[in-house]
Design a protein around this ligand. Structure first.
Ligand code: NAI
Length: 289
């Protein structure tokens, strides 16, 4: 199967690795050349670490890398059977991309969005063939996280849904079909985990490192909420909260936090920018490794 991934950031790079590992021919495209180069370097170092840990051998690393190539224009994706979009979480930018994509791909190509919270119906409505659009929501880091939410829009055809469920299950993921609602399952349930932690921090109940420590030590969570927000990216996490809050008609349960908004505005995204709640110039261990 020929797969295209649009957006070579945190998620796009991970999704490309998953598809390439499953034996697909993958093309990654990003408007930012630097992001593409970074994605290539990250893939190389991630796979090298897996070889060092003897989780894969050198031949497998070579096979995965050979399955991935880097595109420099949307037109280079024309032969794809499945396109997975993982660009910025902005409805208008995604809609514009989907509308443009249709000029290049075949009428049978499935167009999927990895959006965390936006309406798949609204993205599909930007297309001439909305029945080919579906949500495929991977979790971060995509190669490690088992669950993938599959979100058919009201317009999605049964055939596209069936092919998508089979394809992603074939990539050794556990698929769950979810209704097209804000935040789907996981991002909706997770909102209070972040929001209540942020509120506690803002109220001075405890500092964020203590809240993280308590949730990991007492709660048994692998990462504390602030570590996790830095891992996801405060820009992405804030936008998802804002989208869910707005989509639920400003239900106060989902109210976003000014603290996180200011971090996102300052470019303190977390691990990917070197600083978020924590300072990553101090080389903190990566909790997922
Ligand atoms: P990111 O900021 O790491 O990467 C986004 C990439 O998209 C950047 O490299 C950027 O240059 C590129 N881009 C932006 N506009 C573009 C366009 N018009 N065409 C081509 N490339 C473009 O973002 P991340 O974290 O990978 O998120 C991507 C999507 O995945 C978002 O919709 C997000 O909500 C979703 N998501 C994020 C998760 C996370 O933990 N970060 C988890 C699951 C879903």
């Amino acid at each position: 199967m020929k797969v295209a991934v649009i957006g070579s950031g945190t998620m796009g790079s991970g999704i490309a690795q998953v598809a390439a590992t499953a034996g697909c021919e993958v093309k990654i495209y990003d408007t930012n050349q630097e992001a593409l180069s970074k994605s290539k370097a990250t893939l190389e170092s991630t796979l090298s670490k897996l070889v060092e840990k003897e989780k894969i051998d050198a031949n497998e690393k070579f096979r995965i890398i050979s399955n991935i190539s880097y595109a420099h224009a949307l037109g280079d994706l024309s032969h794809s059977d499945l396109v997975i979009e993982a660009i910025v979480e902005n409805a208008e930018i995604k809609r514009k991309l989907f509308a443009e994509l249709e000029n290049y791909v075949s009428p049978e190509t499935i167009l999927a969005s990895n959006t965390s919270s936006l309406s798949i119906a609204s993205i599909a409505a930007s297309c001439q063939k909305p029945e080919r659009v579906i949500g495929i929501h991977f979790f971060n880091p995509a190669p490690l996280m088992q669950l993938v939410e599959i979100i058919p829009a009201v317009q999605t055809s049964e055939e596209v849904l069936k092919t998508t469920l089979e394809t992603i299950a074939g990539w050794k993921k556990v698929v769950v079909q979810v209704k097209d609602t804000p935040g789907f399952i996981v991002n909706r349930v997770a909102r209070p985990f972040y929001s209540e932690s942020l509120r506690m921090y803002e109220e001075g109940v405890a500092d964020f490192a203590t809240i993280d420590w308590a949730l990991k030590t007492i709660g048994g969570f692998r990462m504390g909420p602030f570590e996790l927000m830095d891992f996801i990216g405060n820009d992405v996490n804030y936008t998802v909260t804002e989208t869910v809050f707005t989509a639920f008609y400003f239900d106060p349960r989902f109210k976003p936090s000014f603290t996180q908004k200011r971090l996102a505005e300052a470019g303190f995204y977390g691990r990917k920018s070197g600083r978020g709640f924590y300072d990553y110039s101090k080389e903190l261990p990566n909790p997922t490794e």
